[in-house]
Ligand binder design. Structure first.
Ligand code: KIV
Length: 271
């Protein structure tokens, strides 16, 4: 069971920074729809990430690149309606913030206005510093994301662990410090060595939330992976808490057979 140090009625960006200073770990999972958001919120998750991983797990794309701003807004507005306590963070999708700071701000404003989300997340460090500052200056909270940044998969060419070499590790530390100084409220570190992630978490006062980054200030997983709805994705960092793929396939299989055998509906299941 998790160690809760303070009972928050509604999680804010400030609560997360407070949790870090109180030594309380932060739980974060993705959700993309109203029903799932209701369940993970009720389970007590601190942050719901409307991740651009929706592109993979909801739409079946190979990468996160195809999802559009309109599609992210659709998913996010559904999640917001289901989240009563959790902080809702929404990914800015690929192509909506990299070209120039004005476009980045326009995209972030659309997310906040049209979905009702509480903050945005974007991938990258100093190379997009003007966009990050512009969004923050408009009063929009920003969560950073460093390490394996899936929107750059075609640059990396592989989903293997990032920042194993000294030069990339040093850049990551510099970028994390930049994100904190710029005013970001948290940083996600994806698939980097645990020792490096720990070093970053110790240097920052804002929370570092890891996925495949060892024990830091919090953890994030894609909910479809955590629940075993996906079954072909098996990275070392993933802990599956259910095998919903099998449970759902078997349950629906039973329904199909009940229909075929005219067992469903029975006398009590009709008017
Ligand atoms: O889109 C996503 O689900 C993410 C998490 C993996 C951090 O960015």
């Amino acid at each position: 069971m998790s160690t809760v140090k303070k009972d928050y009625k509604r999680i804010t960006t400030r609560s997360l920074v407070e949790m870090k200073s109180n030594g309380e770990k932060i739980s974060m999972v993705t959700a993309y729809d109203y029903t799932m958001a209701q369940m993970v919120d009720k389970a007590g998750v601190d942050v719901i990430l409307v991740g651009d991983s929706a592109s993979n797990v909801m739409a079946g794309h190979e990468t996160t690149l195809p999802i559009t701003l309109d599609q992210m807004i659709y998913h996010a507005s559904s999640v917001v309606r289901g989240a009563k306590r959790s902080l809702v963070v929404v990914d800015l999708p690929f192509g909506s913030y990299q070209s120039d700071p004005k476009e980045a701000l326009r995209s972030a404003i659309r997310i906040m206005k049209e979905s009702g989300g509480h903050s945005i997340k974007l991938e990258g460090g100093s190379e997009i510093k003007d966009s990050i500052k512009k969004i923050l200056n408009a009063g929009i909270p920003v969560m950073g994301h460093l390490g394996l940044t899936p929107q750059s998969i075609y640059k990396f060419g592989t989903y293997t662990v990032r920042a194993k070499e000294e030069e990339e590790a040093q850049k990551l530390i510099k970028d994390a410090l930049f994100l904190q100084k710029a005013g970001c409220f948290a940083v996600v570190l994806e698939k980097v060595p645990a020792k490096l992630a720990q070093q970053v978490a110790q240097q920052l006062t804002i929370p570092v939330i890891g996925i495949g980054a060892g024990k830091v200030d919090g953890q994030v997983l894609v909910v479809n992976d955590l629940l075993g709805m996906t079954h072909e994705f098996n990275p070392r960092f993933l802990r599956r808490y259910l095998n919903l793929h099998e449970l759902i396939t078997n349950a629906v299989g039973q329904y199909v057979s009940d229909v075929k055998e005219e067992d469903f509906p029975n006398e009590n299941e009709q008017y």
